[in-house]
Design a protein around this ligand. Structure first.
Ligand code: FES
Ligand SMILES: [Fe+2]
Length: 363
């Protein structure tokens, strides 16, 4: 079986969830890249993340008590500062130099938390793929999350090719099968850390999730999706529904409806994934029924993907090795895969894995 170091890049920012998921005074246990982590907000307001494993007997620190910016293990009471260094042992003055648990930079941007699981010296918050619409009052949406029993690359694969909308989501996100036949990716741009494509579907029936809330109802539209995906698992999409014949360069916004969508896929393990998302719109901002309807429609669509992808995972895990065949539409994903493999290789060459020798294991 592959080691985590063969599967994951460590020196990059991974989305760690919505900041609102961290309750005051309450540590949160969450696994990233097969490593159990505890996250909390210290009394100074700073976010803290470290291994969720006390260095004494591996008790989970998520069962511990936050004291200022520190956390105390509630097994035998060792107290750790926000960098994971033990600073107090009840009944013992001597604190060994290796009484430390690894800690990780954890920062908040636009209401989302980002964690750096690699060398903290290399962590620069400017590199975070912050999504501007999340903090733009011109857009409204709801903070959401799903958990997948599948490898995160399969979700990237799903999002990289929208021809599946026609077959997986005919009654929710897609509309007719025509979408797969009559529209293809255009303007694929390859980046060193991802890709972008645009897909137009002109003079088409609007998909159900949009027509049920849009002031234009069932009127035909020109539909444009611009999808950008970055490593390790960051998906941004701009969607425009415009009157048929609309010229995007005209500056005309009459009856043009805009959506902004962000989805963040962070590997929990090689076969499970955290998925945070928010679908935002720029019209009828105060209409709560519209907000709920869009959330429910998108969630219904995502569940259609989830059922299929989790079954793929089961098949891939439990049957003989599988060699996928590639279609032209897979070009963006193939590029993504290549980029990821290159990043792992470069990182392992530069930061070879340190072998840890355990002399006296507990179990
Ligand atoms: S296991 Fe944490 S103090 Fe003993
Ligand atoms: Fe989908």
């Amino acid at each position: 079986m592959k080691t985590p170091e063969e599967l994951f890049v460590y020196n990059c920012w991974y989305n760690a969830g919505w900041a609102s998921e961290i309750e005051d005074g309450k540590p949160l246990a969450r696994t990233f890249l097969e490593k159990p982590v505890v996250m909390y907000r210290g009394e100074s307001g700073n976010y803290v993340a470290m291994d969720n494993r006390c260095c004494h007997r591996a008790a989970p620190l998520s069962l511990g008590r936050i004291e200022g910016d520190c956390i105390r293990c509630m097994y035998h009471g060792m107290k750790y500062d926000s960098e994971g260094k033990c600073i107090e042992i009840p009944g013992q003055d001597l604190i060994g130099e290796n009484f430390v648990v690894p800690s990780y930079p954890l920062v908040e941007k636009s209401g989302m938390l980002w964690i750096w699981m690699g060398d903290s010296e290399l962590a620069n918050p400017d590199d975070i793929h912050d999504y501007a619409p999340l903090s733009d009052p011109a857009y409204v949406g709801l903070e959401q999350q799903i958990h997948y029993d599948a490898n995160w690359m399969m979700i990237i694969d799903n999002l990289a090719d929208f021809s599946h909308l026609a077959f997986v989501h005919p009654n929710t996100l897609g509309g007719s099968e025509e979408y797969a036949y009559q529209s293809t990716h255009q303007d694929i741009e390859k980046y060193y850390n991802g890709f972008q494509w645009t897909r137009w579907h002109k003079n088409s029936a609007p998909p159900p999730y949009h027509s049920v809330v849009s002031p234009e109802g069932e009127a035909k539209v020109d539909r444009r999706n611009v999808v950008t995906i970055y490593t390790p698992g960051v998906f941004f999409m701009e969607t425009t529904f415009a009157p048929v014949g609309w010229d995007p360069d005209s500056g005309d916004t009459d009856k043009v409806r805009e959506y902004r969508n962000c989805q963040f896929m962070t590997p929990e393990t090689r076969s499970t994934t955290h998925f945070w998302w928010c679908y935002m719109r720029n019209y009828d901002l105060d209409n709560e029924a519209t907000t709920i309807s869009l959330r429910d429609s998108l969630l219904a669509g995502f569940m259609e993907d989830k059922v299929l992808i989790e079954q793929q995972q089961v098949l891939l895990e439990n049957s003989e090795p599988f060699q996928p065949r590639m279609l032209t539409a897979d070009r963006p994903f193939m590029h993504f895969r290549k980029v990821w493999d290159r990043m792992i290789k470069e990182e392992r060459e530069k930061y070879p894995r340190k072998e840890i020798k355990i002399r006296n294991a507990i179990i």
